[in-house]
Design a protein around this ligand. Structure first.
Ligand code: PMP
Length: 412
């Protein structure tokens, strides 16, 4: 073996020994219905009940979206043919951007939006373009990897502030006299499920003449009466807001958008390299997303959000009864679809995930570097398409895996 291969293999072996090696599995079906999916396995395909998808509203396998995607492909073809600034910017992309700008208009004066292939690219775009050499970025410690990578691409100085610590952030902002300040935070934290104190963050932005960049990947579609996300849920309004929403999670398709004052959006079109130098996503994706937005803000979306809320309440209530009394596994306070059970140790998280696997349940074990060292966890992700029975099955299996054999009925 060459020395390079030797080195790489050694690194993989070290990850393996620390229970940190990542593996993929092939899904033979979508996560539907009720988040059931069939995974390829060495012996035979296995059907599992998944609690690990970001398909929070259960729209990813919705027939209306599949039909809209097919209609979009028939109308626009399968490929965009080029980047947005050359010839890849279709009517469907423009309609989607207009629709999303309308959703954000109550919250951002003169709002416009810009569609990206992925949330990862949108986050790189915002931070690299707005975080110039004269800027300072104030980045929340638990921000998603794509925001962290955005700060790495930015030429700005980067200061991290402790999780949801408004006092610390206030002091850091007060001590900074840079002409451009960007506060950057997940709106819903992707591994903990808690919601950032967005009203306080915006108040600090106003007080210190800063921008507030919010990544609403896990709130869009889920939060707010019409599913418009964290800004609808909190009713905030400011020219200082830059909001990123992703469209591959609750929206059930793919892609992302940035919404901000029209000058910010125009600036991104000039300067955001992950917008300019990449092939535009297929117009059919944007076309399908128009149907997804109809579903999200209509009655069906409201019904699905109510179902999701009921499952969240049921899970939290149930898990509380099966957690070990010694505190070796615990659940932080999360009001969203993301419900972690933190166990600390990487191997224990892997073992619990494997035990649940044995019960036919797919729950991801999340380990460092995705989460801080010593906080390995099961990350339970709920969906509106889970039924009451599915969540009861998870609670029961979790109780057994954690060494308590109470069933929900016994616990009641
Ligand atoms: N932001 C957050 C908070 C996320 O959790 C994710 C994806 N897991 C992204 C951004 C990236 O979005 P996408 O998957 O569309 O690239």
């Amino acid at each position: 073996m060459s020395r390079l291969l030797d080195r790489l293999q050694h690194e993989i072996d070290v990850l393996d020994a620390q229970s940190l090696r990542r593996r993929r599995q092939i899904a033979e079906t979508p996560c539907a219905p009720e988040q059931r999916l069939t995974l390829a396995d060495a012996a035979a395909p296995r059907t599992m009940l998944a609690f690990s998808s970001n398909d929070y509203l259960g729209l990813a396998a919705h027939p209306a979206l599949a039909a809209a995607l097919a209609e979009g492909a028939a109308r626009y073809g399968t490929g965009s043919g080029g980047s947005h600034l050359i010839l890849g910017h279709s009517r469907a992309h423009a309609q989607l951007e207009e629709r999303l700008a309308g959703w954000m208009a109550p919250h951002i004066p003169e709002a416009q939006s810009l569609f990206f292939c992925t949330g990862y690219m949108a986050n790189l775009a915002v931070l690299s373009a707005l975080g110039g050499a004269e800027a300072v970025i104030f980045s929340e410690t638990l921000n998603h990897a794509s925001l962290i990578d955005g700060t790495r691409l930015a030429r700005a100085e980067v200061q991290r502030y402790p999780h949801c610590d408004m006092q610390a952030l206030d002091a850091q902002l007060a001590a900074c006299d840079a002409p451009v300040k960007l506060i950057v935070s997940d709106a819903v934290f992707s591994m903990d499920g808690d919601i950032a104190p967005v009203a306080e963050l915006l108040a600090l932005a106003e007080r210190h003449d800063a921008w507030l960049v919010l990544d609403d990947a896990h709130g869009f579609g889920v939060l707010g009466a019409r599913g418009h996300g964290v800004l609808e849920a909190t009713g905030l309004r400011s020219e200082r807001l830059v909001l990123i929403g992703t469209l591959g999670k609750a929206a059930g398709v793919s892609g992302a958008f940035v919404a901000a004052h029209r000058t910010v959006i125009d600036y991104l079109v000039q300067r955001a390299r992950t917008y300019i130098f990449t092939t535009a996503a297929p117009p059919a994706i944007a076309h399908a997303l128009l149907t997804s937005l109809d579903l999200i803000e209509g009655e069906e979306g409201a019904r699905r959000r109510a179902q999701l809320r009921a499952r969240i309440a049921q899970l939290r209530e149930g898990v509380r009864t099966v957690l070990p009394a010694d505190g070796s596994a615990w659940m932080p306070d999360s009001p969203t679809a993301i419900q972690p059970v933190i166990v600390g140790d990487n191997a224990r998280a892997m073992q619990l995930s494997a035990q649940l696997d044995g019960f036919g349940l797919r729950v991801g074990a999340i380990r460092p570097p995705t989460v801080p060292a010593g906080t390995a966890r099961l990350r339970i992700a709920l969906s509106a398409s889970h039924g009451e029975g599915e969540v009861a099955r998870l609670v029961d299996a979790l109780g057994r895996a954690l060494g308590r054999t109470l069933t929900l009925k016994e616990a009641a």
